[in-house]
Design a protein around this ligand. Structure first.
Ligand code: HEC
Ligand code: HEC
Length: 611
């Protein structure tokens, strides 16, 4: 189906928003007179227009970081993937005044995309499990090829004329660019994100561990690198910071790569609100607007670590999810935080600094965010809500006419907004729970033992009480302790709390990687025989009870849905593999009462991977 949206040459004046969503108390737009989260902030010279009419509300339990923008070389059009509305938008050549819409199936979640040498555009469907290739006129889908349950990055390899797809489950799959079945599949490692092909090598990144992996022609791993960790001289004590969550990695013209990633504090953090504790990063980088989760960049040479330098703290940048390079070596970095959807421009030299606490100011900040493409000296920014594509001439930054991508359907959702709200200390729930999941980081909050961040995917509300030790009775308790006290967010109304809960609870877990069905069956039998199901019972694999573990106190039985996607495991991140969770190495009591027979352990792992 095709529909067209008209360019908004003239911006609509901002008026108090008086559309109201379905139901009065369930209002998704703020009620009459209430502040509209979309319009109360300073939007600079390019304000968000109001919808011309009341749009239909589309539900989208999807977190930020999947939407992508591409400026095609062949047709000079813009192609935008919208995972919230399950659509692909294509402008006419030369960014003309019409936008064509390609509707995908509900829940397909289009994400990364790439153009091949012949001008074909290929899009990874993150939940649809497929690679779609658009027809030559970019107005419909020409081919849909199954890849894996959770595709992530895509790249074109000009030497073989193949499309490479990196899967969250760990596979790297190759397809002929011109169409047809897959030609190669290798398992690299779990949690893959981007795939990048340069003249010298093929690289993949891992999302939460922020690793950059170099592959040889056969797909074998030849090098693993990661941004540097650091210990900085903070007050009152030296503080260690570990790199994690690699949102986006790009190849630079000379063969170097630049990674946009987070860094999280791994030393004890004072979280006592009475003594001013919390998630501020003030003690690490004094005077810098940052938190215990910082945004940084790392520049990698094609091989080796000798030249690696720490990146600085990008001042005032939180939840940075996408990045593009302008031809004059400026990086355009888009953020996905609500209340702060801003795109920041930094010099490429920002990817290296003399100290990890250098605090770098952007060259420019422009309104709108989440996904970005750069073509020469022009920037295209996708904005989630209202669905818009803004154009900026980058020298100097000047806005050009914006395009409505969708003026019939709205995805505004106060639950989504709350989860992505960047608070006064520059942190959002999604900073530690990227894509609604977890950052792979083990935190040390003073007064508590080490705690790995918990994933929130797969239906969280029915697993109350919350936290590893079950010390938070409900979401209200979390919003008081975490949001209001530690994150210095404002008070949360009952309505917001309910909408946040609804939104979080609707987030599905990442589809399980493919596993041999006969092995899953055998694994389930072994799982039950070993007594695992006594605690890990029901649809989510938890009875929601606490177990007294020697040396660790009471720990809640975690749900097992999506467990293969959340390494390292256990409350303190001790287990590096699924097997280590139940072989007694980390927790002696958390092991089968009688030793497993040969093959049973592997069968249980296969079963766990299928959940
Ligand atoms: C600084 C990192 C950080 C931030 C920011 C953060 N969380 Fe968490 N979250 C964690 C960690 C760590 C845990 C486990 C804590 C524990 O067990 O003591 C957790 C646990 C949770 C749980 C419990 C899950 C379960 O299965 O019991 C929920 C719910 C949750 N967080 C929601 C939120 C929400 C909502 C926000 C924003 C208001 C938020 N978190 C912000 C790190 C964070
Ligand atoms: C007595 C209740 C109980 C039994 C029986 C039990 N578990 Fe657990 N399981 C737990 C608790 C409690 C934890 C959390 C422990 C921790 O993190 O310290 C856990 C954690 C796990 C985890 C890690 C989840 C994560 O998110 O890190 C896996 C995987 C797991 N169990 C699998 C199994 C398997 C397989 C068996 C059977 C061999 C089993 N469990 C038997 C209570 C139980």
């Amino acid at each position: 189906m095709k529909t067209f949206a008209i360019v908004m040459g003239v911006m609509l004046a901002l008026t108090g928003c008086n559309e109201s969503g379905p139901g009065s108390d369930d209002t998704l737009f703020p009620p009459d007179g209430g502040p509209d989260p979309r319009t109360t902030r300073d939007l600079g010279p390019n304000p968000t227009p109001a919808y011309p009419s009341t749009p239909e509300y589309v539900q989208h339990p999807t977190s930020v970081g999947a939407a992508s923008v591409l400026r095609t070389a062949a047709g000079d059009a813009a192609v935008v993937t919208d995972p919230y509305r399950d659509r692909i938008y294509v402008t006419t050549p030369g960014l003309g005044d019409e936008v064509a819409v390609i509707d995908l199936a509900a829940g397909d979640e289009p994400g990364a995309l790439v153009e091949d040498a012949a001008g074909r555009v290929h899009v990874a469907l993150r939940r649809g499990g497929a690679l779609v290739t658009l027809a030559a006129d970019l107005r419909s889908v020409a081919e849909r090829r199954p890849v894996c349950p959770a595709p992530r990055g895509v790249a074109h390899d000009p030497a073989s004329d193949q499309i490479l797809v990196a899967c969250s489950g760990g596979d790297l799959v190759r397809f002929p660019a011109e169409g047809g079945a897959e030609v190669d599949r290798v398992f690299v490692d779990g949690d893959l994100r981007d795939v990048i092909v340069t003249e010298s090598a093929t690289y993949v990144t891992r999302f939460r561990s922020a690793e950059l992996i170099t592959l040889d022609d056969a797909g074998a791993i030849v090098e693993r690198r990661a941004p540097l960790s650091a210990t900085v001289n903070a007050r009152p004590a030296p503080t260690s910071i570990l790199p994690n969550v690699a949102w986006k990695t790009l190849a630079l013209p000379g063969g170097d790569l630049v990674m946009l990633h987070q860094r999280s504090v791994s030393s004890p953090i004072d979280v006592d609100p009475r003594t001013g504790g919390g998630y501020s990063g003030e003690s690490i980088a004094p005077g810098c607007a940052t938190s215990v989760v910082q945004t940084s960049l790392t520049r990698f040479p094609p091989t080796g670590i000798a030249e690696l330098r720490p990146g600085p703290v990008l001042q005032g940048v939180a939840l940075a999810v996408d990045m593009a390079l302008l031809e004059d070596d400026r990086l355009v970095i888009a953020t996905g935080g609500s209340g702060a959807e801003t795109t920041h421009v930094f010099p490429l030299s920002a990817a290296t600094s003399s100290s990890p606490t250098d605090c770098l100011d952007p060259l420019a900040r422009v309104p709108g965010g989440e996904a970005v493409a750069a073509d020469g000296a022009e920037v295209l920014i996708y904005q989630r809500e209202p669905g818009m594509l803004s154009r900026w001439d980058a020298s100097p930054f000047q806005n050009m006419p914006r395009m409505w991508l969708d003026q019939e359907r709205s995805i505004v959702d106060l639950g989504h907004l709350k989860f992505h709200e960047v608070t006064g200390v520059g942190i959002a729930c999604a900073s530690c729970h990227p894509e609604g999941s977890e950052d792979g980081h083990t935190w040390e909050f003073q007064g508590t033992d080490p705690r790995r961040t918990q994933s929130l995917l797969g239906g969280i509300l029915s697993t109350v009480p919350f936290h590893w030790s079950g010390d938070q009775a409900d979401l209200r308790a979390i919003m008081t302790a975490t949001f209001e006290e530690r994150m210095r967010g404002g008070p949360v109304s009952d309505g917001e709390l309910r909408l946040l809960g609804d939104w979080m609870d609707a987030q599905p877990s990442i589809p399980a990687p493919e596993t041999d069905p006969s092995r899953i069956e055998a694994g389930h039998e072994a799982f039950v025989a070993a007594g695992c199901a006594d605690c890990h019972s029901g649809d989510q694999g938890t009875n929601n009870e606490s177990v007294e573990l020697e040396g660790f106190g009471a720990i809640q039985v975690p749900m097992l849905v999506g467990v293969s996607h959340r390494s390292p495991w256990l409350h303190d991140g001790c287990a590096q593999s699924l097997e280590e969770t139940f072989d007694g190495a980390c927790i002696p009591e958390h092991a089968p009462a009688s030793p497993l027979e040969e093959g049973e352990s592997q069968a249980i792992v296969d079963y766990l991977r299928s959940l």
